[in-house]
Design a protein around this ligand. Structure first.
Ligand code: NAP
Length: 288
C-alpha cells in the first residue's frame, strides 16, 4: 500500500497490545479491497482510556478495536452503543459517528459468522456451553439473539453459571438457560447429540494436555465442538471430539471474523469468504 494524505487510520486500544494479530488481518483486508486505510496498535496506559478515545476522535481516526482490559470501561466514553453490545456488556469495536464513536461487539457476531462458515446451524437447538466467564456469558446472549432453543451452562463454579442463566432468562424467558456444575453433564444431557462451545481457558498454551471434561463418554454426545481457544490450533478438547466422530473447530475463525465485521463497519464493504479464508490462513501461519 502507498499511504498518502487521504489514508484513514484505525487501531487497537488495549494493554498489552504487542501480541496482537489484528494489524495483519486488517491491513491485509485493506490491501485486498483497495481501501486506503492503515491499522496500528495503540498501547493505552491505565487511566488514559478517556483521553485515548477523545484523542482518537480529535485525530480523525476512522475507528478502533478495543481489547483487554477496556472492553467494558470504554462504554462510558461513547456517544452511542449497539443493542447487542449493550446486552453483552462489552464493546470491542468503535465506529466514528457525529460527535464521537458508536460501540459494537463484533466478537460474538464473529463467532456466529464462523459457525455459518462451518455450516453449523443453531436455530431451534439446545447448545451446551462449557464455562461461565466473560466469553461464556457473551455466547449465551448471542445464542439467544440468534434463535437457539436454549443453552445449558456447565461450570466448575456453578454459582457463576447460575448468574449468567438468571441474567439471560430475565429477558429470554425463564427456561432458556440452565446452569449446572461441570460434573453433572452425564445426568443432564438427555439428547443424543449437541453443539458444544468450549469457553473455559482450560487447554490453552502452554497447558495443552488439559481438558475440562476428561470422561470420554461425554464426547459421544458432541456433534460439533467449538473450542474458543486458538493456541494451540487443535486442543485436547478438539482431539477428543474428533476421536468420537464429531466435527471440531478452534477459535481462530471467530477471531478473524470479529475483525472482518469491524472492517466492514468502518469501510461499508462486504468481505468475501475467500478473503476471510486467506486471513485465517495467514493468522495460523503467523502463530506457528
Ligand atoms: P474467564 O472470564 O477468565 O473465564 C474462565 C473460565 O474458565 C471460567 O468458567 C473458569 O471456571 C474456567 N476455568 C479456568 N480454569 C479452570 C479449571 N482448571 N478447571 C475448570 N474450569 C476452569 O475467561 P474468558 O474471558 O471468558 O475467556 C475464556 C476463553 O475464551 C479463553 O481461554 C480464551 O482463549 C477464549 N477467547 C477466545 C477468543 C477468540 O476470539 N477466539 C476471544 C476471547 C477469548 P470458574 O468460573 O470455575 O473459575
Amino acid at each position: 500500500m502507498i499511504y498518502d494524505g487521504h489514508t484513514r487510520t484505525c487501531g487497537l486500544i488495549g494493554n498489552p497490545v504487542e501480541h496482537t494479530m489484528s494489524p495483519l488481518i486488517q491491513n491485509f483486508m485493506a490491501q485486498e479491497t483497495g481501501k486506503n486505510m492503515v491499522y496500528v496498535p495503540f498501547h493505552v496506559q491505565q487511566g488514559s482510556l478517556e483521553a485515548a478515545v477523545k484523542g482518537a476522535y480529535a485525530l480523525n481516526l476512522l475507528g478502533c478495536n478495543v481489547t483487554v482490559p477496556y472492553k467494558s470501561d470504554v462504554m462510558e466514553y461513547l456517544v452511542d452503543t449497539d443493542p447487542l453490545a449493550k446486552r453483552i456488556g462489552a464493546v470491542n469495536t468503535l465506529v466514528r459517528v457525529e460527535g464521537g464513536y458508536k460501540g459494537y461487539n463484533t466478537d460474538m457476531p464473529g463467532l456466529y459468522r464462523a459457525m455459518q462458515h462451518d455450516g453449523v446451524d443453531i436455530a431451534g437447538k439446545t447448545v451446551v456451553i462449557l464455562g461461565a466467564g466473560g466469553v461464556a456469558r457473551a455466547v449465551a446472549v448471542l445464542l439467544n439473539d440468534k434463535g437457539a432453543k436454549g443453552v445449558i451452562l456447565f461450570n466448575r463454579t456453578v454459582s457463576k453459571a447460575q448468574q449468567i442463566a438468571d441474567e439471560v432468562n430475565g429477558y429470554a424467558g425463564a427456561d432458556f438457560a440452565k446452569a449446572y456444575a461441570m460434573e453433572d453433564y452425564a445426568k443432564v444431557l438427555t439428547e443424543d447429540k449437541y453443539i458444544v462451545i468450549q469457553a473455559t481457558s482450560v487447554g490453552m498454551h502452554p497447558k495443552v494436555d488439559e481438558v475440562v471434561i476428561e470422561d470420554e463418554a461425554f464426547y459421544d454426545k458432541v456433534e460439533v465442538g467449538y473450542d474458543l481457544i486458538f493456541n494451540p490450533p487443535c486442543t485436547r478438547f478438539m482431539q477428543l471430539v474428533k476421536e468420537h466422530g464429531g466435527r471440531a473447530y478452534n477459535g481462530a475463525k471467530m477471531l478473524v471474523y470479529q475483525g472482518v465485521i469491524a472492517f466492514e463497519l468502518w469501510n461499508d464493504v462486504n468481505i468475501s469468504r475467500e478473503i476471510a479464508e486467506e486471513c485465517i490462513r495467514q493468522m495460523e501461519e503467523a502463530m506457528k
